[in-house]
Design a binder for this molecule. Structure first.
Ligand code: GLC
Length: 611
């Protein structure tokens, strides 16, 4: 009898002190992703709040109308205050600026318009003091045609002769034609005739951006050395530009390139969409190349120590291909292949089910043990406020801050900056300039690249002030504070559910910690919801921890789980107040309490039978 009582007592005690014991690993439901990381040490980048700086437009320190490195250094405390932990900078290297820095003439030199190498080193020092990591843009697909390598390649200098993709073209009836029908991302043939060399060269972007030839091992080595150079300057990693374009198919044994097939939905023969890019995009060799860059970073870390150096890959590709960039069983890849699904799959008219599907698409495709990331915008995409609705910016920041993994904010999105309309006359983006006045707006990236609005002065303080023009949404800072402090948000499990067409819920939970619930009312009506219908294990009341200006509840208020009102386009983060509810059984039975009850019952039975 004593034995039974003791065993039962121990079972209950054990359960109280170690509630995870006996709790089965949560199942994978359609709306649930068990990617929680219960034990392992998290690396800095796994929960980082990244911020993209487009240097031309961030902060101008010398009054020449273009942002610069000293401007960035000046404003780093602002990023620190926001809670940003790392920032990636669009290219700051010597460039004729045909594609605003994405056409690099010298990969290891700072463009004078942005400053000097000493300014860069100063920026690194300021960043180190503030504990903000600096990530540089690595543009491997092409250089500028003003790069020394290209000049020497065009002149058939033996060392550089095959640095780029050259071809004499196709001769038909005595006339010379480009080697294939390939089209540039920025319109028109991807082949440009070079008078000097008397050959065509490939350019997948503008003609001032000749494609490097990655089938040449010397190119691969040269570009790895570019990585080593900046690693030596102390950067924390690289954002890799235009990754899917890096390799194109090799010529056949007749030295011919195959034509790409047509897309019948596009009738404009100059437009990139006219062809299916089966020979110029997503070639399998590209994935191995990214793995080789990761090996360069890891080797540097082994030699020099310090925290992880990382790769973030710009991969607009089908999801199965994007996932391969993470790595495989034998090789590591980019820690963070950018997740662009919030950009590519959602629109102004998406409902909560579409949001749910979009978030789950990434989480469910992601290989086990990898880290998710959420990108709301960048310098190539209409601003999130213009894309998904100005009055949804706060809720989207709330969503990305409370989903698992890292998030990436494009400069100005924390203020809800929206696209600025730019006339055809003022348009400078080559992607738009290569079109015409009637269609340029579909292609222009200028509207999302306008100067950061630091103040409400005429020049928006871009040139001399440090206070922001639009208020920073209060919740933005609070969200990042919360995420820094909360183990649940950093490493907890995730459940994503559309509670109706209008309301999306994200539940984050971790044993022995608070559970968080993020609620988004995507639509314009007032919504009353009963949370217990979808999350029966929640307590009757929840505490409000983050609100937006639209919310009628305040931080600290207690709300009823059975009847909670959300204002139009409102969003909230709620928290459980009792750790009991954080056990989050997700409907599964816990083994030990059940065993405990059985043992007590057995004991009562024995006691009764012994009377
Ligand atoms: C990437 C950049 C874009 C640039 C292109 C060519 O997509 O983000 O801005 O124009 O590559 O380098």
């Amino acid at each position: 009898m004593i034995k039974y009582r003791l065993i039962a007592f121990l079972a209950v005690l054990l359960q109280l002190h170690c509630p995870t014991l006996g709790q089965p690993y949560p199942n994978y439901h359609a709306d649930f992703v068990g990617i929680g990381d219960h034990g392992a040490d998290l690396k800095w980048w796994q929960t980082a709040a990244f911020y993209q700086i487009y240097p031309r437009s961030f902060k101008d320190s010398n009054g020449d109308g273009v942002g610069d490195l000293n401007g960035i250094a000046e404003q780093l405390p602002y990023l620190k205050e926001l809670g940003i932990t790392a920032t990636w900078l669009s290219p700051i290297f010597t460039s004729p600026m045909a594609d605003f820095g994405y056409d690099i003439a010298n990969f290891t030199e700072i463009a004078p318009i942005f400053g000097t190498m000493a300014d860069f080193e100063h920026l690194m020092e300021v960043a180190k003091k503030l504990d903000i990591k600096i990530i540089l843009d690595f543009v491997p697909n092409h250089s500028s045609d003003e790069c020394e390598w290209f000049r020497r390649s065009a002149a058939r200098d033996p060392e550089f002769k095959d640095f780029y993709v050259w071809h004499p073209g196709r001769m038909e009836n005595g006339n010379r034609h480009p080697p294939s029908n390939w089209i540039s991302v920025f319109r028109g043939s991807a082949w440009q005739w070079h008078e000097g060399r008397q050959e065509f060269y490939l350019h997948q972007f503008v003609k001032k951006q000749p494609d490097l030839n990655y089938r040449n091992p010397k190119v691969r080595e040269t570009m790895s050395n570019v990585l080593r150079f900046w690693l030596g300057k102390g950067v924390a990693g690289f954002r890799i530009d235009a990754v899917p374009h890096v390799f194109e198919i090799a010529p056949d044994n007749q030295n011919q390139y195959r034509d790409e097939p047509r897309n019948d939905w596009d009738n404009d023969p100059e437009d990139y969409g006219y062809l299916q890019h089966i020979y110029t995009k997503d070639q399998p060799e590209t994935i191995d190349l990214v793995y080789s860059w990761r090996a360069v970073l890891d080797a540097h870390q082994r030699e020099h120590g310090g925290e992880d150096r990382i790769l973030m890959a710009e991969t607009y590709s089908p999801i199965d291909i994007v996932m391969q960039y993470y790595g495989n069983a034998t090789a590591e890849g980019a820690q963070l292949p950018f997740n662009f699904l919030l950009i590519s799959e959602l629109s102004n008219s998406s409902n909560a089910h579409a949001y749910e599907g979009t978030v789950l698409k990434w989480l469910q495709h992601m290989p086990k043990g990898r880290t998710a990331n959420w990108v709301l915008g960048n310098h190539d995409q209409p601003r999130v406020g213009s894309r998904l609705g100005r009055d949804r910016v706060d809720m989207l920041n709330m969503l990305t801050a409370t989903l698992p993994g890292a998030s990436v904010t494009y400069q100005g999105e924390e203020l809800g900056m929206t696209n600025v309309w730019i006339s055809w006359k003022d348009t400078v983006d080559p992607s738009a300039c290569n079109t015409n006045p009637s269609i340029y707006e579909q292609y222009s990236r200028d509207p999302e690249r306008t100067p950061f609005q630091w103040t409400d002065a005429q020049d928006a303080g871009f040139s001399n002030a440090s206070k922001t023009w639009l208020p920073i949404a209060v919740d933005y800072k609070e969200l990042w504070q919360l995420r820094k402090q909360s183990q649940t948000l950093k490493r907890g499990e995730t459940e994503v559910k559309a509670l109706s067409d209008a309301v999306l819920a994200v539940k984050r939970y971790l044993e022995r910690d608070s559970t968080y619930l993020t609620l988004l009312n995507i639509y314009d009506g007032v919504e009353t919801i009963n949370l217990l219908q979808s999350f029966p294990d929640l307590p009757p009341q929840l505490k409000v921890v983050v609100v937006t200006e639209r919310s009628q509840v305040k931080v600290g208020d207690l709300v009823n789980s059975t009847s909670l009102q959300l204002q139009p386009k409102d969003s909230l983060v709620l928290q459980t107040t009792s750790s009991y509810y954080s056990y989050a059984t997700n409907g599964e039975t816990r083994f030990l309490p059940v065993l405990g009850v059985y043992l007590w019952l057995a004991q009562v039975g024995l006691y009764l039978s012994s009377r």
